[in-house]
Write a protein that binds this ligand. Structure first.
Ligand code: ADP
Ligand code: TRP
Length: 322
């Protein structure tokens, strides 16, 4: 039997290289040999994006990004989370087997509070909705970046607790985190994230791309000294290189004489060459938004069928079906 692989992405801003390498490109690769479930998590984005036009725009653009980059709706099930309300019902059910302490320990929640966000209940119970996203489809494997590791652990805890109380019902999923791409740094050296204003978006124009690449922080090591490889510039550039090319870049960093400006120029060209073929496809999808909505509607129809089956099992074992 094919493995069911599932993951989601928030439409909370422009998708960036961290999203691409941490999750999107791996999902696109997995669609070849697996039963792939991929969705845009607009219920989750509502915890922080509370402007109608922005949420709508981000949702459709995230869908166009994914499709342009190669997600194939004839192989994968691709939909928008809010079109499958079964997940919200499962969220309520799961919230009754989730301890407060488990949520209070969530670092993503604590980080957002530390950044000055006034928390709403949605933000606090975010991990239960994410657990429902995964458990409502019986996913075996969930490709994510490192920042989502704890959320996956919470999902596993909730599934095990549910199974302990009501009998073996839910599939306990495994996280799928890739060593090399699990934490792509932003241009300031922190984790690249839509909420930190430090991203290199996948789809931006050349001028803005150049500006972002040239803003990647570097240190003040003199030209005649070797350079530190544990830096955002080396790390981001490495994402685009083969093993041999990466070794060559490492050698150049170790050798006196390297100028950061030269490396940035090369990196800019590299990213541009990489993204150019996808830009035209994205424009094409954006010109035909209604076709994209049809694709998502068909995906949602398939997703609802699967979700309803899992939800029925849950309703039966809990006694909600009477
Ligand atoms: P963001 O933090 O930019 O809002 P999301 O929370 O929507 O991104 O993340 C979508 C997916 O991309 C998740 O699987 C997440 O782990 C992954 N991801 C996000 N940022 C990075 C990063 N800097 N490096 C690797 N993976 C990332
Ligand atoms: N919380 C995830 C993030 O911010 C997005 C997400 C929601 C998700 N539901 C999911 C990821 C289910 C994987 C599986 O990146």
């Amino acid at each position: 039997m094919k493995q069911r692989i599932l993951s989601g992405i928030q439409p909370s801003g422009q998708l960036h290289l961290g999203n691409y390498f941490g999750m999107m490109s791996r999902m696109i690769r997995y669609q070849e040999e697996n039963d792939l479930f991929c969705f845009i998590v607009n219920y989750h984005a509502l915890t922080t994006v509370q402007e109608r036009d922005r949420l709508r725009r981000n949702t459709i653009e995230a869908a166009c990004d994914f499709l342009a980059l190669g997600l194939d709706p004839s192989r994968a099930t691709f939909w928008v989370q809010g079109d499958v309300p079964q997940v919200t019902e499962l969220t309520w059910i799961l919230s009754n087997v989730t301890s407060l302490g488990l949520l209070e320990r969530a670092t993503s929640y604590k980080d957002k509070i530390a950044k000055g966000i006034t928390p709403n209940v949605g933000l606090f119970s975010y991990p239960i909705l994410m657990a429902a996203d995964i458990l409502c489809f019986g996913a075996h494997r969930v490709p994510v970046g490192k920042d989502q590791k704890q959320h996956l652990e919470i999902t596993r805890d909730i599934a095990l607790r549910f199974n302990h109380i009501f009998g073996d019902t839910l599939v306990v999923p495994e996280p799928d985190i890739d060593q090399q791409t699990q934490l792509v740094p932003g241009i300031d050296g922190q984790k690249m994230s839509k909420s930190y204003h430090n991203t290199i978006p996948i789809f931006i124009d050349d001028k803005e791309l150049k500006k972002r690449v040239f803003s990647i922080v570097t240190d003040s090591t003199p030209i005649e000294e070797p350079k530190d490889k544990n830096t955002p510039l080396f790390h981001i550039y490495s994402l685009f290189l083969t093993d041999t090319e990466r070794q060559e870049l490492a050698r150049r960093f170790d050798t006196p004489g390297l100028r950061y400006g030269d490396v940035k120029k090369e990196l800019y060209e590299r990213i541009r060459a990489f993204i150019t073929p996808y830009r035209e496809k994205r424009e094409e999808y954006l010109r035909h938004e209604d076709d994209v909505r049809d694709i998502l509607a068909e995906g949602a129809r398939k997703a609802r069928e699967v979700a309803q089956q899992y939800l029925d099992r849950v309703r039966t074992v809990t006694g909600l079906n009477y």
